[in-house]
Design a protein around this ligand. Structure first.
Ligand code: NAD
Length: 473
């Protein structure tokens, strides 16, 4: 074990009040590789007090957008400069191939730059009224944001939450997932180096229930809760938030449908379909885990898809050649392998258990939509494939789960493309592509996939208190 990572509270790196620590296990070596401070509700309370003070009395909410933006841009520069160290943190904490972790660091830097500029360039409305009065809008920071993050894109999703919160003048307490503590401390150290005042970005490590996570969601001094994680956890957090009427943004699970029509450009469809389910070993909320292929191209598509899946390079995630690492933890490996060792009425075309905590790219056919593999979020490199005949059937299959985070469709027919995009019950639809993001676009889910949208102006609505001023002039 080499490295220790404390909480960052009020501008200082500190131990837990009771001195406890916990180990982060590298899922490739299956050995502890780092330690973090183990916080509890008392540590969370100290961090919220620091964030509260920094908001009520400190310079951050009172700085201009340009000055805040300079610090956020400097943080983005530092992330890129230290990319080699930072990307290894996520790779060793959760087994993500290092090229993908590197991409996440770049996305994190882009998030800070984008939200800094978005806030600075945002405009309010001026509404001339028939009565001669005028109304205008102000976007005032909402206060202390509690950000609770999952382990599958640690640094990237943490930056996605805290960049808009900070850009709009809020202060933040971030709780990273317990499986991936390291990059959050690295990020907060860099924020201080970039000139962020004490108490503006606090990080407290710990667990969810009866620990730091729960304490943050129940603290009445918190003004916003932004959470990404499982739908079941989202329900608990929505309940805690309701007690204090704290606005909450929930980015939850998914069971993405991926529809390939017979007129699709097949090379493109195969490329993105493989990316959609096997990138990050399928540990992606947006994963295309249900693949529907029109019968006329079913055999051709499937043989190309399986071939490409089998060609993915699995192995040591710190090797730049690796495309598929192990699953993030022993617990998660046990969950995903239960779907691979028991496929019910289905047939495995390729895949199965891999080395250590790895699962090979696994393609299952022959399951009814009611099978648990087709309904539950597996969150691993496991895809169920099914042929369909008509557009209506494909849409009904795609919309047939309580989730509604995203969907993909591949077709060269422009009318069908827009008709089906409109009919899909999803927060994002990708047409002939996957995973491409514009940070101005709304991001979030329908049904069990969440409440609210973040991104661009949608994030502004959440992280500020929009105020109307009506004047007689
Ligand atoms: P999780 O819900 O188990 O944990 C997420 C975070 O919540 C962790 O930091 C955890 O400690 C904390 N937590 C757990 N219980 C809590 C409680 N009662 N109160 C407060 N905090 C609590 O999720 P996970 O396993 O870390 O992440 C995987 C899930 O995240 C998947 O379902 C995936 O689809 C979802 N996800 C969604 C998106 C999205 O944008 N919609 C993105 C990534 C991941």
């Amino acid at each position: 074990m080499t490295d220790y990572h404390g909480h960052i509270i009020d501008g200082r790196e500190v131990d837990s009040l009771d001195g406890r620590r916990f180990a982060s296990v590298d899922p490739w070596t299956r050995e502890p590789w780092a330690e973090a401070a183990l916080g509890d509700p008392a540590d969370a309370a100290v961090a919220v007090a620091a964030a509260r003070r920094a908001f009520d009395e400190g310079p951050w909410p009172r700085m201009g957008y340009a000055e805040r933006g300079r610090i956020l841009h400097r943080l983005a520069d530092l992330l890129e400069e230290r990319q080699a160290e930072i990307r290894l943190a996520d790779t060793r904490d959760m087994g993500k191939p290092v090229t993908q972790s590197g991409h996440d660091v770049q996305r994190a830097a882009a998030n800070f730059r984008f939200f800094a500029d978005h806030a600075r360039l945002s405009t309010g409305q001026l509404l001339p009224m028939d009565s001669g009065h005028h109304a205008y809008t102000r976007f005032e920071p909402s206060g202390v944001t509690a950000a609770i993050a999952p382990w599958n894109f640690p640094l990237m999703l943490e930056s996605w939450k805290i960049a808009p919160a900070l850009a709009w003048g809020n202060t933040v307490v971030l709780k990273p997932a317990e499986d991936t503590p390291v990059s959050a401390t690295l990020l907060a150290r860099l924020a201080l180096e970039a000139g962020m005042p004490p108490g503006v970005l606090n990080v407290v490590h710990g667990f969810g229930p009866d620990s730091v996570g729960q304490a943050l969601t129940e603290d009445p001094r918190v003004d916003r809760i932004t959470f990404t994680g499982e739908s079941a956890t989202g329900r608990v957090i929505a309940g805690a938030a309701a007690a204090n009427l704290t606005p909450v943004s929930l980015e939850l699970g998914g069971k993405g449908a991926n529809i390939v029509f017979a007129d699709a450009e097949l090379d493109n469809a195969v490329h993105w379909s493989v990316e959609a389910i096997f990138r990050n070993a399928g540990q992606v909320c947006l994963a295309g885990s249900r693949l529907f292929v029109q019968r006329a191209v079913y055999d051709e598509f499937l043989s190309r898809f399986v071939k490409k899946a089998e060609a993915l390079v699995a192995g040591d995630p710190s090797d730049p050649a690796t495309e598929l690492g192990p699953l993030a933890s022993e617990t998660h490996f046990a969950k995903v392998s239960s779907y691979v060792t028991d496929v019910g009425e289905g047939t495995i075309l390729t895949g199965g258990l891999g080395e250590g905590w790895a699962v090979r790219p696994t393609v299952i056919v022959g399951l009814e939509p009611s099978a648990r593999h087709c309904r539950e979020e597996i969150f691993g490199p496991v895809v169920v494939v099914r042929p369909f005949d008509t557009e209506e059937e494909a849409v009904a299959l795609a919309n047939g789960t309580p989730y509604g985070l995203n969907a993909m469709l591949f077709t060269e027919n422009v009318n069908r493309a827009h008709r089906v995009s409109a009919a899909l019950r999803a927060g994002t639809v990708w047409l002939n592509c996957f995973f491409i993001r514009d940070l101005r676009a709304p991001f979030g889910g329908v049904g069990d996939s969440g409440i609210g949208r973040e991104g661009g102006d949608f994030g502004r609505e959440f992280f500020t208190e929009p105020k109307a001023v009506v004047m007689q002039i």
